[in-house]
Design a protein around this ligand. Structure first.
Ligand code: GLN
Length: 222
C-alpha cells in the first residue's frame, strides 16, 4: 500500500487523509523531517500558506522537504499547497519584521495569492480537467465528467515554465474579471513531472478523481 504523507502543520489535513484512504493509500501525518522518510508521496493541504511556511521552518521540515522535492518526491498541493509548490509568488506576504513568506518550490510557475478576491468572493464552478478520462480504474465517461471545484481565497497561476502542463483553467467573472480582457481565463491546475497542484479543494467536495490521479502519478501509471 502506498504511504502518502499529509503535511499536518495547518489546514485541511483530515479531508485529504480521507480522500487518500478512499483511493486505497495509507495517509500519514507529517510534522517533522524524520517523518518524510519512506514516503511514496506527500500532500500539502489547503489552509494558509504563510502559516504553513512559518511552521514548517519552525519545525525544521522546510529545508528537508525542499530537498526531497528536488530529489523527485511526488507532491500534490491544493490551494495553499499550490502556493507552497510554486517557485515564485507574485505577491508574497511580508510579516511585521519584514520577512517575506517562502515556498518549498518545485513547479516552475508564478502564482498570485487570493487572486480571485477575498473570502467573500469564494465561489464554486464546474471545470474540464484534462487527463481524468484516461485514469486506470475510472470509466472514460466518469473521467470526462466535469470537476465541481470549490475556490476559497484561491490563488491562480499567472505564468508557467516550458515543463509545466496546464490541466484546468477557469473563465473569470465578478470582481476578478473587472481588470482583465473579456473572456480572460486563468490556470487553476497544473502538473510538472510528479508534482500536481490545484487552486481549488477536491478534498472538501467528495471529488476523488484528483487524488486518484495523484496516486496513479506516484505509481507511474498517469
Ligand atoms: N489564501 C490562502 C493562502 O494564501 C490559501 C487559501 C486556501 O488554501 N483555501 O495561503
Amino acid at each position: 500500500m502506498l504511504k502518502i504523507g499529509v503535511l499536518a502543520l495547518q489546514g485541511d489535513v483530515r479531508e485529504h487523509a480521507a480522500a487518500l484512504a478512499a483511493g486505497g493509500a495509507d495517509p500519514v501525518p507529517v510534522r517533522r523531517a524524520e517523518e518524510l522518510e519512506g514516503l511514496d508521496g506527500l500532500v500539502l493541504p489547503g489552509g494558509e500558506s504563510t502559516a504553513i511556511d512559518k511552521l514548517a521552518r519552525a519545525f525544521g521540515v522546510a529545508e528537508p522537504l525542499r530537498r526531497r522535492i528536488g530529489e523527485g518526491l511526488p507532491v500534490y498541493g491544493s490551494c495553499a499547497g499550490m502556493i507552497l509548490l510554486a517557485n515564485t509568488i507574485a505577491d508574497p506576504a511580508t510579516d511585521r519584521a519584514g520577512n517575506r513568506q517562502q515556498t518549498f518550490g518545485g513547479i516552475d510557475m508564478v502564482v498570485r495569492r487570493n487572486a480571485f478576491g477575498r473570502q467573500v468572493d469564494s465561489f464554486e464552478t464546474d471545470l474540464r480537467f484534462a487527463g481524468l478520462e484516461k485514469l486506470p480504474g475510472v470509466a472514460p465517461d466518469a473521467g470526462a465528467a466535469p470537476v465541481h471545484a470549490v475556490f476559497i481565497r484561491a490563488p491562480w497561476v499567472e505564468s508557467i515554465g516550458p515543463d509545466v502542463e496546464v490541466l484546468a483553467s477557469v473563465g473569470l467573472s465578478g470582481p476578478s474579471a473587472a481588470a482583465q480582457a473579456p473572456g480572460a481565463a486563468r490556470i487553476v491546475a497544473v502538473r510538472s513531472g510528479k508534482l500536481l497542484a490545484t487552486s481549488f479543494h477536491p478534498e472538501v467536495t467528495g471529488e476523488r478523481r484528483i487524488h486518484e490521479l495523484f496516486i496513479q502519478m506516484i505509481r507511474g501509471e498517469a
